[in-house]
Write a protein that binds this ligand. Sequence first.
Ligand SMILES: *[C@@H]1O[C@H](CO)[C@@H](O)[C@H](O)[C@H]1NC(C)=O
Length: 179
Amino acid sequence: MGFGVLFEVSLMGMIVLVLPSETHSAPEPPVAPSAKVYPKDPVELGDPNVLICFVDQFFPPVLNITWLKNGQVALEGVQETGFLPSVDWTFRKFSYLAFVPEEGDIYACQVDHWGLQGSLTRLWYAKEPALIPETPENILCGLGLAIGILGIVVGTVFFFKALRMNQNHQRSSTCRDGL
Ligand SMILES: *[C@@H]1O[C@H](CO)[C@@H](O)[C@H](O)[C@H]1NC(C)=O
């Protein structure tokens, strides 16, 4: 009986000794964040929208997010979440900037954290649609190009076929001469 009690006591002692080091498994050195910027809704120039800056996987939860519009700090229309814990001891945070997309405006989400050397900056700007208009001239031009390429391919095939036929013909006539 005495032995059993002793065993239990020592087991409890072990648990007490082990637990504190277990709870200290959070990352000790700062873990630098990653960041990305994206619009909440599909972008239409002139339509009010919201830019989202998603800052992920950092520790400790001490971090500044700054919005810049064309290099100027933007304070109006900014909202942020708190620090959202992830299962791996790191944190996430969102910042929102209400804005109206206009051509030529450049937005930046600047993140400052102890794990970073300098600031982490992610840019966003409305991309102008890079569409080639399908005018009759363009279609004709494309068609012409396709026919041209086809001509080169067919021409090459025929050239080599003719060459091979010519060689076969010569070889067979040489054989006949030898006989
Ligand atoms: C965040 O901003 C405050 C106030 O400007 C500053 O004191 C602090 O050092 C900044 N924190 C980080 C992690 O850069």
